[in-house]
Design a protein around this ligand. Structure first.
Ligand code: GLU
Length: 282
């Protein structure tokens, strides 16, 4: 049975882009007689605002979306992240890194999908106080261990896993219990997600997740990277650029179910179109 999820980070109120992503995930599950979960990705201590969670859930209800089972919170799963991190450390695949963002940016030679590729300054280090440093994945070693792997996107077809474009990514953060990559991968496995829907802007990130599944022996889902709502300049919607919050539309009495139906039919709010949301390199 298919199971999908919508996994917002409560860093701000939801906007049209979130509505579109939630409708895609919800409808895919419902059309195939499956289940749809809501997961709140709330482990970024500096950006996460728990007071927004009731607003987010009210927005989803307003859109006419229903979910199965209780809402899941990443903050309840910190032990799982720590255990998986320790397992990767025990396998010799993570190394402690004390470089600052500035040091990485200054020493990096190449850019990856998430910014400068880590130049490997700390690679080979072992001993560290786990809470004082970030832990990075030794990508070359990880790849040696698992060999070539593949994955499947429902829309784009079969893919060869190529996470090396990210370099040695951080999996355990200094300022949060886990990185997005580790937490999202473990959660999707724990939640039994069979089909991971997310925006095409995260297509590259899914490569890292596929590698983590192989390293940690997790079940392998299929992916469904959908287009995103973008502004006239091709950039993703963002509240800071003036995309209205769903909560405000809800409060002014707009019909959320009608909005969801418009999005389903591909009739997008004025000025918006569908794109891949990948920001052009600066
Ligand atoms: N919490 C992430 C976001 O809001 C989820 C993206 C994903 O992994 O699907 O962007």
């Amino acid at each position: 049975m298919i199971r999908t999820r919508f996994a917002p980070s409560p860093n701000g109120l939801l906007h049209f882009g979130h509505a579109y992503a939630a409708v895609v995930a919800h409808d895919l599950a419902r059309a195939r007689g499956g289940e749809f979960l809501v997961r709140i990705e709330d482990i970024d201590g500096t950006r996460s605002r728990t007071e927004l969670v009731p607003e987010i859930l009210a927005d989803l209800e307003w859109l006419g979306l229903t979910w199965d089972g209780p809402v899941v919170f990443q903050s309840a799963r910190l032990d799982t992240y720590a255990m998986a991190g320790q397992r990767l450390i025990d396998l010799g695949l993570l190394y402690p890194c004390s470089c600052t963002r500035r040091e990485v940016a200054d020493a990096a030679r190449d850019q990856g999908p998430d910014g400068p590729i880590y130049p490997g300054t700390c690679r080979g280090r072992h001993a560290a106080q786990a809470n004082e440093v970030a832990w990075r994945l030794d990508m070359a070693r990880a790849f040696d261990l698992v060999g070539p792997i593949s994955w499947e996107d429902e829309l784009a077809g079969p893919q060869r896993c190529s996470p090396e474009q990210f370099g040695d990514v951080v999996l355990l953060r200094r300022d949060a219990p886990a990185s997005y990559h580790l937490a999202a991968t473990l959660d999707d496995a724990a939640d039994g997600i069979t089909t991971i829907t997310r925006g095409q802007d995260l297509f590259a990130a899914s490569q890292v997740h596929r590698l983590l599944q192989a390293l940690l022996g997790l079940p392998v889902p299929v992916w469904h990277h959908h287009p995103l709502l973008v502004e006239a300049d091709g950039r993703k919607l963002a509240k800071r650029r003036g995309s209205p919050a769903l909560a405000d539309l809800r409060r002014t009495g707009q019909d959320g179910r009608a909005l969801a139906n418009e999005l389903r039919a591909g009739r997008l709010p004025a000025g918006l179109s569908l794109g891949n949301g990948v920001e052009p390199a600066a």
